[in-house]
Design a protein around this ligand. Structure first.
Ligand code: PLP
Length: 395
């Protein structure tokens, strides 16, 4: 039977092996592993790629978020508005700094933070000394962290308008969204800071953990560079308390090779998405399978291809039997995670996030997929609903 893994990084490695091994060897030969010429070059190349004036390479996407929050001065008593339907790090980094994540529900089509939900929350806030105050907690609402989930931009215009009106810092969680565009503008250059992840499964993946912060604010860039090395500048003189958030030279060297291929890989992902879309539409799968909707005025980079489906868990089991890899991103929205019980949320607080957690499934979308593999996924999905239809008719 045709095998379709969720992701096949070995196929990508076969393409770049001859180019990537010599740059690794060159870094090893130099024995310069920390903040050297590869990091500097990568930062410049990725800042340009993301239409930002500066890039600060860091140790992971999580550390990018942590560093960004530290750079804008988030701490105890502060609150950051964000989505409950995202990877844990989005809210985890807020909480690690002693700040409070304030969840607002998502838009059910894009799965991204709903500007209407954010506006409704902000409407309920009071303003004291020009500072937005959460009426439920008395905390200072200091910022907004939209997530560009799965590689599609959040609806940034209304979110930025709210942020400007209330002087909120905007940190874009662009971990899944390298090269994503919103109305022709690259994400990571829209808010105050953009945070990217180069976890191996991302469109631009390192050979381990790595990340990047982008900004158009020279002061913030400098602050992040200092915070990245424990807040020491000059070395051993600390005006700030930072951490070790450095990216390795080896990772930077690998990422620079891969960056040359990134647009080609992203276009292949987009072609695969279009192939699924057309097949699902032709087969009349809706409403049992709802394909992801890419905004017409954006650039969706399809880090993930997420369908909303009926009978999700049984479909996942069926696809596993058919040797097709799938994943649930994410089965438990953050407001219902045990570690956030202190936020006192209950089931039903964010119904669209809860519905997305129960109904969505990631299908294989990686660039090297063959048509035979895509066809096997499409046929297997069809087979599942045909069987379900037959069972229903019989029962
Ligand atoms: C939305 C989001 N935010 C943050 C992160 C954290 O990135 P990393 O795994 O590189 O720490 C991820 C990684 O998957 C992510 O998907």
């Amino acid at each position: 039977m045709t095998n379709v893994p969720l992701l096949d990084l070995k196929a990508q490695y076969a393409q770049i092996r001859a180019e990537v091994l010599p740059v690794i060897e060159a870094v090893c030969a130099s024995q310069r592993f920390i903040l050297g010429e590869q990091v500097l070059a990568l930062e410049a190349e990725l800042a340009r790629y993301s239409a930002a004036s500066a890039g600060v390479g860091v140790s992971s996407g999580t550390d990018a978020l942590l560093l960004a929050l530290m750079a804008v001065g988030v701490g105890a008593g502060d609150e950051i508005i964000t989505s409950p339907f995202t990877f844990f790090a989005t809210a985890g980094t807020i909480a690690r700094l002693g700040a409070r994540p304030v969840f607002c529900d998502i838009d059910p089509v894009s799965f991204n933070l709903s500007p209407t939900a954010v506006a409704d929350f902000v409407e309920r806030c009071t303003v004291r000394g020009g500072q937005l105050i959460n009426p439920d907690t008395g905390g200072r609402v200091k910022g907004l962290m939209p997530v560009h989930l799965y590689g599609q931009s959040a609806d940034m215009d209304p979110l930025m308008a709210i942020a400007r009106r209330h002087d909120l810092k905007v940190i874009e969680d662009a971990a899944q969204a390298i090269g994503t565009e919103y109305k022709g503008v690259r994400v990571g250059s829209i808010g105050d800071i953009g945070c990217f992840s180069f976890f191996p499964s991302k469109n631009l993946g390192a050979f381990g953990d790595a990340g990047l912060c982008t900004t158009n604010d020279a002061e913030l860039a400098e602050r992040m560079r200092v915070l990245r090395v424990h807040g020491g500048k000059p070395k051993y003189f600390h005006s700030l308390i930072g951490g070790n958030f450095r990216i390795d030279e080896l990772q930077a060297a690998v990422l620079r090779v891969k960056l040359k291929y990134l647009d080609g890989w992203t276009e292949a992902r987009q072609r695969n998405a279009a192939y699924y879309d057309a097949a699902f539409a032709a087969a009349g799968f809706a409403p049992r399978v709802v394909a992801p909707q890419a905004a017409v005025n954006g650039r969706h980079i399809f880090n993930q291809y997420i369908v909303r489906v009926q009978n999700r868990d049984a479909l996942k089991d069926h696809l596993t039997e058919r040797h097709i890899g799938t994943e649930i991103y994410y089965p438990v929205p953050l407001h219902l995670q045990q570690c956030f019980a202190y936020l006192k949320h209950a089931r039903g607080d964010f119904p669209e996030s809860e519905r997305a957690a129960a109904e969505t499934l990631a299908l294989p979308i990686y660039p090297e997929l063959a048509h035979t593999q895509l066809d096997h996924v499409i046929e297997s999905v069809g087979e599942f609903y045909a069987k379900a239809g037959a069972r229903q008719a019989a029962g």
